[in-house]
Design a protein around this ligand. Structure first.
Ligand code: TYM
Length: 334
């Protein structure tokens, strides 16, 4: 029997889950779940690299599990768990910290950006965040890591750390590959289309939350920043077209239409009609997610069953890797 290749990925429960998180990552997870053995975690330990309100964090963690399920991740087929429930993540991260250089960590774009946006709290966790992420992936010998473009640099450093460790101790870690979606690998802010859509954006008009109601989604798309040219055409890299490029990307991701098809469809139509159709397409795409999310809201016991069994099964796999690594580096077994 052929064994399936393995996938690991996760989202931080640190804000409103956006259309960017969905199109860049979760939608792809749903599509991959039949062909791979998948572990999808809720990365709460990564979240505290930025100050969180404890009550909010707890609520968001459970909400994110509901979002995974509502988006179509099947808990029978996939292993779903909360990162902090599986101690192996912190254990491997410590070891890997000792095989990661300050220089390479200081080149991480996300560290540089977050140091600017949280200048009052540049903590060591924020700096070593990619090491914890490497541990997340390497613990499970994942073949593939489906993420958005902004996380590719972290996958690269994970590969570097794994390769370095293997060069010293033999074939311990599987070297993982990042995996981007066809459309939506980098969804941009609706208000500042040169910046990525972010769940921590202080301006809610810049992002669409996967839980926004239909009227709000439509309004945000209709007021998205575009240009004055009025031509629905995708021009890669043209900053003046960044707004329309982004809306076309979103429309393409939710309808499956290509850029050429979209351009033909809206030749001579202007932005008003295109925005209105994009709003309808996104609303229709998200509606069932929102409905399923609401339906799950009351079912605490069901959710708890999922994350408890997920943690147990994940720890079983992960602790074997920790033991192997501990042995390799020379820790006395007990
Ligand atoms: P996070 O929580 O910032 O984002 C979760 C996923 O959403 C993708 N994403 C986007 N994709 C397209 N357009 C956007 N505007 C956009 N914004 C976010 C991200 O690329 C990501 O795939 N460090 C990770 C979480 C993590 C992880 C891991 C992921 C921790 N350990 C191990 C994979 C494997 C993060 O902060 O993602």
């Amino acid at each position: 029997m052929e064994t399936k290749k393995r996938i690991f990925s996760g989202v931080q429960p640190s804000g409103n889950i956006t259309l960017g998180n969905y199109l860049g990552a979760i939608k792809n997870w749903v599509e991959l779940q039949d062909d791979y053995e998948c572990l999808y975690a809720i990365m709460d330990m990564h979240s505290i690299t930025v100050r969180q309100d404890p009550k909010e964090l707890k609520k968001r963690t459970l909400d994110l599990l509901k979002i995974y399920l509502a988006c179509g991740i099947d808990p029978e087929k996939n292993l779903l768990f909360v990162q902090s429930h599986v101690p192996s993540h912190a254990q491997l991260a410590w070891v890997l910290n000792c095989y990661t250089y300050m220089g390479e960590l200081s080149r991480m774009t996300q560290f540089k950006d977050k140091s600017k946006s949280h200048a009052d709290n540049i903590n060591a966790g924020l700096f070593t965040y990619p090491v914890l992420m490497a541990a997340d992936i390497l613990l499970y010998s994942a073949d593939l890591v489906p993420v958005g473009k902004d996380q590719m640099q972290h996958i690269e450093i994970c590969r570097d750390i794994a390769g370095r460790f293997n060069a010293i101790y033999g074939d311990v870690f599987k070297i993982p590959e990042g995996f981007l979606p066809k459309a939506g690998a980098k969804v941009m802010s609706l208000q500042e289309p040169l910046k990525k859509m972010s769940k921590s954006d202080p301006n809610p008009k810049g992002y669409i939350s996967i839980l926004d109601d239909s009227a709000v989604i439509a309004k945000k798309i209709k007021s998205a920043v575009t240009d004055s040219e009025g031509v629905v055409e995708f021009r890669e890299g043209d900053e003046a077209k960044a707004g329309i490029n982004n809306l076309m990307t979103i429309y393409s991701a939710v309808t499956g239409k290509t850029m050429d098809e979209i351009t033909k469809e809206y030749a001579g139509a202007g932005y008003g009609v295109f925005k209105s159709d994009t709003a309808d397409a996104v609303v229709e795409h998200i509606r069932p997610i929102r409905e399923e999310y609401d339906r799950l809201s009351g079912d605490k016991a069901y959710l708890e069953g999922i994350f408890r069994s997920g943690a147990e099964r994940a720890e079983k796999i992960a602790s074997r890797m920790v033991s192997k690594v501990y042995k390799k580096v020379g820790f006395l077994p007990f």
